[in-house]
Ligand binder design. Structure first.
Ligand SMILES: Nc1nc2c(ncn2[C@@H]2O[C@H](COP(=O)(O)OP(=O)(O)OP(=O)(O)O)[C@@H](O)[C@H]2O)c(=O)[nH]1
Length: 204
């Protein structure tokens, strides 16, 4: 089996059920899985090549478990990450508090990790505006305060999902290649399974 090359490690963080796995599914497999919610156990990994200008950048995306039970494990997955997508559910104010927790963690422990704040499930708000629990401007103010990009996404409709990951890849390219080539910055990963999705542990 050939080695897999990853240019940038990206970690998904956020409270359980905010929609981290669904974002990755939508972006990588262009689908939204319906059916009973299955919480992630540990973490899942997927490598995704993205065209950025003339370069192809491969993001290695770690989808962590949101349950506080796995908090210590999530810390392992954000180590060395170049980008963190910190998710909150637009219809759940407690998830925004949890997002603040992860931002603080990253600021304290991974100062070189660029943060992307992602409000998920925007389709629910489009259907019924009264469901919104996090004001757009409050979240944007927080993003400005921490120097983060801010997106509102829907994995159900696909709204803003490609834009989010494309921005991560573009930012990586624009900040990483001062005097270096793509080949010099990448790391090799050898997948454990034939599929691009491995280390995937969902509770069935
Ligand atoms: N309507 C709507 N539902 C969503 C969206 N994203 C996720 N969901 C639903 O929210 C639930 C949780 O989604 P997951 O993607 O498994 O959440 P997670 O953050 O990975 O959860 P953990 O693995 O426990 O950390 C599932 O029932 C999804 O179908 C979305 O964009 N819109």
């Amino acid at each position: 089996m050939s080695a897999m090359r990853v240019d940038a490690k990206v970690v998904m963080l956020g409270k359980e059920s905010v929609g981290k796995t669904s974002l990755v599914e939508r972006y990588v497999h262009h689908r939204f899985l319906v059916g009973p919610y299955q919480n992630t156990i540990g973490a899942a990994f997927v490598a995704k090549p993205i065209q950025v200008g003339e370069n192809v950048i491969t993001l290695g995306i770690w989808d962590t478990a949101g349950s506080e039970r796995y908090e210590a494990m999530s810390r392992i997955y954000y180590r060395g990450a170049r980008a963190a997508i910190v998710c909150y559910d637009l219809t759940d104010s407690s998830s925004f508090q949890r997002a603040r927790f992860w931002v603080k963690e990253l600021q304290n422990c991974e100062e070189h990790c660029k943060i992307y704040l992602c409000g998920s499930k925007s389709d629910l708000i489009s259907e019924d505006r009264s469901l919104r629990q996090i004001d757009y401007h409050d979240a944007q103010d927080f993003a400005d305060e921490i120097g983060a990009q801010h997106f509102e996404t829907s994995s159900k409709t696909g709204s803003n999902v490609d834009e989010l990951f494309q921005k991560v890849a573009e930012d990586y390219r624009s900040t990483s290649f001062h005097g270096m080539t793509l080949q010099e910055t990448g790391v090799d990963l050898t997948p454990k399974k034939d599929s691009s999705f491995y280390s995937c542990c969902h509770n069935n």
